[in-house]
Design a protein around this ligand. Structure first.
Ligand code: GLU
Length: 443
């Protein structure tokens, strides 16, 4: 029987995690799923000063929201007794030793630092993405394994945990390549078998430089708060630096679990760009039905629109979704007054009701005629098509701008809005005629 594949994601909860980190997580997860294996989440919280519970909670939350589950979960600091035990074993075996060294803080205090007894050899490993990598570890010297018997450092903790958790494939970020030879030496010193290693290329900012807090590195949790659909975010992140070798770009999680493999992960850094994320999100929006959209939109309506009825919302779904990339933009639309006039009669600037080449007198006459034409449309059959059919011939006859602009402006009070027939449809016959009559009288 072939060995079951076990991968892990081992974040240090020392800050918000960005797309690059989550991509590492998702690739490790997908690789396990693709091969019928297990995926483990290990929180590496041994750096007491920098680790924060809120960041650990954030990781759990993002996993849950995006729908990525783990088969096992570990908190590294809970394994300290085991780390201590094996550190003692290494000292007993002579693969590590206690070195009395003066503290670096200048206090003159002598400390018991634990160093690795480096066999000084060339370590070669076959990286799953980059192929063979050879390193002469002599240059690393007798590196430090622990600050003292109770404070093992990163490399030792990672090696022991990877071994104890049965990790077969360490899939992690490129920045850890330099750590791998050290970790292999520790594995060997402890008599452990080696996992395989795969180092994922960087995720880059759109200008092809490393992402940083100032450049493109937006916490994934923030993308979720901004109203990107979890499935779209997962899809966008996984298609960053990986593709199936076909033109297909839209993948559900289940499809990714079947299609993903490391051989199609590109070796060069991959750019994560928000425009592409917007594209993914809009594609996912297109796939949603009105009920699904309404339930998401409701979560993003600002206070000022809280009173909007479900009926009105249903009519507004396409007006909204045609204009947004992420649902958080609904708040911006509302702030810019692009939604308020649907639920409240706008204050209309009468000077602007008149089409640029027309006169107020004409505009009034055009509105009066349009009102009469619309009155003939049966209330039950009232929609954008029937209203258009009623008004269009007249608009063609006297000039489209002359007629359609005043209608649109009288209904919305805004320079930009959906077309007059869409507005009439959404507002309904009664409200449409009330608004048009009101402006017509005032002109
Ligand atoms: N805890 C490390 C980090 O967050 C990752 C360790 C590993 O993947 O081996 O960078």
């Amino acid at each position: 029987m072939t060995q079951q594949i076990v991968t892990r994601f081992a974040p240090s909860p020392t800050g918000h995690m960005h797309t690059g980190s989550y991509r590492t997580a998702f690739f490790a997860y997908l690789y396990a799923k693709r091969h019928g294996g297990k995926f483990i989440l290990r929180i590496e919280d041994t750096d007491k000063e920098r680790s924060k519970q809120e960041y650990t909670d954030e990781i759990f939350k993002v996993f849950e929201t995006i729908g990525i589950s783990y088969d096992e979960k570990y908190i590294q600091s809970e394994n300290l007794p085991r780390h201590r035990e094996l550190l003692q074993k290494m000292i007993a075996d002579g693969t590590a030793y206690v070195s009395k060294e003066e503290a670096k803080d200048g206090s003159g205090v002598i400390k018991d630092i634990i160093r690795f007894k480096n066999p000084n050899k060339v370590v070669v490993f076959e990286d799953l993405i980059r192929g063979p990598i050879a390193t002469d570890t002599t240059d690393l010297g007798d590196f430090v394994l622990a600050k003292n018997i109770d404070e093992p450092l990163f490399h030792l903790a990672v090696v022991i945990d990877d071994h104890d958790e049965g990790i077969t494939h360490v899939i992690r970020a490129e920045e850890h390549i330099a750590n791998t030879p050290r970790q292999i030496l520790i594995h060997e010193a402890l008599g452990f078998g080696l996992p395989r290693y795969g180092h994922l290329p960087l995720v880059l900012a759109p200008d092809k430089t490393k992402m940083s807090k100032r450049k493109g590195a937006i916490p994934v949790v923030e993308y979720l708060e901004r109203g990107y659909l979890p499935a779209a975010l997962l899809n966008a992140i996984c298609l960053c630096g990986w593709n199936p070798g076909t033109e297909q770009e839209l993948f559900t999680r289940e499809e990714l679990e079947k299609a993903f493999d490391l051989d199609k992960v590109q070796k060069a850094g991959a750019i994560f760009n928000e425009e592409k994320l917007n594209w993914f999100n809009r594609e996912y929006i297109k796939k949603m039905n009105a009920d699904e959209l309404i339930s998401v939109i409701k979560n993003y309506l600002p206070e000022s629109l809280a009173s909007i009825s479900d009926e009105m919302l249903r009519k507004l779904v396409s007006v909204i979704t045609e204009r947004i990339s992420s649902f958080g933009e609904i708040r911006e639309m509302a702030d810019q007054g692009e939604l308020g006039y649907f639920i409240e009669k706008p204050d209309v600037d009468l000077a602007k009701v008149v089409w640029k080449t027309d006169t107020a007198k004409n505009a009034k006459a055009h509105l009066a005629k349009a009102i009469a034409l619309m009155e003939s449309v049966d209330e039950h059959g009232w929609n954008s098509t029937t209203v258009k059919e009623a008004v269009w011939p007249y608009a063609e006859e006297v000039g489209r701008g002359n007629v359609l602009w005043p209608i649109r402006f009288a209904l919305s009070g805004r320079d930009k809005s959906p077309d007059p027939f869409t507005l009439a449809d959404i507002l309904g016959k009664k409200e449409t005629l009330a608004r048009l009559n009101d402006v017509c009288e005032k002109l």
